[in-house]
Structures are given as structure tokens and as C-alpha cells.
Ligand binder design. Structure first.
Ligand SMILES: [Zn+2]
Length: 318
């Protein structure tokens, strides 16, 4: 069996996307189903199987060698299981074994979605050519992943680099994870919107109270909206600076919906980073937007499953 192509699966709370990805990172075939997130576990698995069946209908299927899965977390790559917060029917669901069975025994690699995005950015995006990088996904939650010494560093369970749940505010608000003052509690899209609303910002006539609407208001000069992004940027900068001090990264790549705010986020982020990343070995750290966009999950799943010499990744085989 040729290993020219990789079967990639991107499993999230709203959609299950699949693709056949070639060695150049091009998506040759796509399939997608909505995630029946409120249904029982077997119904969710049927949606995965439907995506795989559609891909298997392609004449290219026979030349696909390995399978990569990037999933909403938490994942446990060492056990081959996933327990996505937004898919309650899946708790310790044996996704690796089930997908392996559904794909004729192909080798299956599982990583969390933050690690998948990191693999994508290292392979095709803004972290390309960087041996030590932190990639962040800032959206409904805040996730991330690490590239260390030129290799993806998923950690034993596939969750390493999960910057959203490191604390940057010792006495801060309780976080959904059980901790306190986490980066996610301050910098996620919903918390950017909540903080702006609490400080008196009001949505426009369309009623849109999302972080994107707060970003638009900030861009138009609303100081309350801008202050909420400023605070989010501070939390991200503190987390990035801490990571840089621990493992010496030289670039931080920020993607996810909130990164769509552009300079509303990145200007205060770069400014804050200068005040937290102060030691000589972290001072050169740069922060840039992600480049791989909506296909990051699929490309990252493919990259995690098919480590290559130009952007090698450490696989976790199921
Ligand atoms: Zn937390």
C-alpha cells in the first residue's frame, strides 16, 4: 500500500471533516458531516463512519496509507480515547480502535486539536522553518501546541502545550477546568465579549454580542471594547512569555476565530509581550497570525500521521 496520501479527520463539536491529503499538503478529496453532538456515542460514530465511507468512495482511497485524527479535547492519545467537552456522548470513547476498524486496519494517530493546528502551522504555516514554536488557537476556548527541537511535541496524552489552562492570575476568577485565573478564562472569545458587556459595551442594532462584534467596535474606536481585547492580550502575552522562559520558543503563532480581530488583538499582544518577555533569551520572541485557516485541523491531522523530514513530527501510533 502506498503512503502517498493520508486520511485526515478533524473532529469538532459542530462538524466532522475528513480529507485525503497528499504529501505536499494539498487536500485531494473532502467529506463533511455535522456532529450530532447531543446524540449518543454510537450516533456520533456513525457520522465519522459516513465521512470515512465517502472518502473511501474515491479512487484515491487505495493509495492512502495512514490515518490522522485531530479531535476536540480532552484526548488521551496513549489510550486512544477522546472525551470532547462538547460531545457528551463520547467519554473515553475508543476512537483510535473504531477508526482503525473502519479503515481496514490502517495505522491511526490521534492528537488534540491544538496540537493538530500546531502540526499544520509547522508544516505549511507561520511556524514553518521554526524549530521551537508555540501555536495557539484562541476561539471559544484557548488551546495550543508545541514544536520543540524541530518536532511536534504532543506529550504522552497528546495535550502538551495546552496554554489555555495555565494560570496567569493567581487569585483570578474560577475557570471551567476547576482552576483559577486561566488564560482561557480571560482571553477566549466568550470571555472577551462578557468582559466588554460587563464594562458597559452594548452590541449594535443587529444584536451581535460576539467577540468579533467587540473587535469591530474596538476598531471603530470604542475604548471599552478595546480594553477587553487589551486584557485578553495581556493574558495571552503572560502565557506565551512563561512558555518561552520554560522551553525557549522563538515564535508564537496565534490562530482561531479571535485572531481574526487582527491588530485589535495583535497590537496589544506585541506590546504586552515586551513587558512580560524580558530576559535576554526570550526578548527576540515574535508573535504572528496563523496562516493555515479553516483547514488547519485537517492538515494538522495529516501532518501528525505522516511525519516527514522537512517538518518532522513525533507520531503517536494507536
Ligand atoms: Zn482553566
Amino acid at each position: 500500500m502506498s503512503t502517498d496520501l493520508v486520511v485526515a479527520l478533524d473532529i469538532g463539536g459542530t462538524k466532522i471533516a475528513g480529507a485525503l491529503v497528499d504529501a505536499g499538503g494539498r487536500i485531494q478529496v473532502r467529506a463533511q458531516r455535522p456532529t450530532p453532538a447531543r446524540e449518543d456515542g454510537e450516533t456520533v460514530m456513525k457520522a465519522v463512519t459516513a465521512v470515512l465511507d465517502e472518502l473511501a468512495g474515491s479512487p484515491l482511497w487505495a493509495s492512502a496509507g495512514a490515518v490522522g485524527i485531530g479531535s476536540a479535547g480532552p484526548v488521551d492519545a496513549s489510550a486512544g480515547t477522546v472525551s470532547p467537552v462538547n460531545v457528551p456522548g463520547w467519554r473515553d470513547f475508543p476512537i483510535v480502535e473504531r477508526v482503525q476498524r473502519a479503515t481496514g486496519g490502517r495505522p491511526v494517530t490521534l492528537v488534540g486539536d491544538g496540537v493538530a493546528m500546531t502540526a499544520a502551522e509547522h508544516w505549511q504555516g507561520a511556524a514553518r522553518g521554526h524549530d521551537n514554536a508555540l501555536c495557539l488557537v484562541v476561539s471559544t476556548g484557548v488551546g495550543g501546541g508545541l514544536v520543540l527541537d524541530g518536532r511536534l511535541h504532543p506529550g504522552p496524552t497528546g495535550n502538551a502545550g495546552h496554554i489555555g489552562h495555565i494560570s496567569v492570575d493567581l487569585d483570578g476568577d474560577p475557570c471551567a477546568c476547576g482552576g483559577r485565573g486561566c488564560v482561557e478564562r480571560i482571553a477566549s472569545g466568550p470571555h472577551i465579549a462578557r468582559r466588554a458587556l460587563e464594562a458597559g459595551w452594548r452590541p449594535g442594532p443587529d444584536g451581535d454580542a460576539s467577540a468579533a462584534a467587540v473587535a469591530a467596535a474596538a476598531r471603530a474606536g470604542d475604548p471599552v471594547a478595546a480594553a477587553s481585547f487589551e486584557r485578553a492580550a495581556q493574558a495571552l502575552a503572560a502565557g506565551i512569555a512563561a512558555t518561552a522562559s520554560l522551553v525557549e520558543i522563538d515564535i508564537a503563532v496565534v490562530g482561531g476565530g479571535v485572531a481574526g480581530a487582527g491588530e485589535v488583538l495583535f497590537a496589544p499582544l506585541r506590546r504586552s509581550l515586551r513587558s512580560y518577555a524580558t530576559l535576554s533569551f526570550v526578548r527576540g520572541l515574535t508573535v504572528v497570525p496563523a496562516l493555515t485557516g479553516t483547514d488547519a485541523g485537517l492538515l494538522g491531522a495529516a501532518a501528525a500521521a505522516a511525519p516527514r523530514t522537512d517538518a518532522s513530527t513525533a507520531p503517536i501510533r494507536g
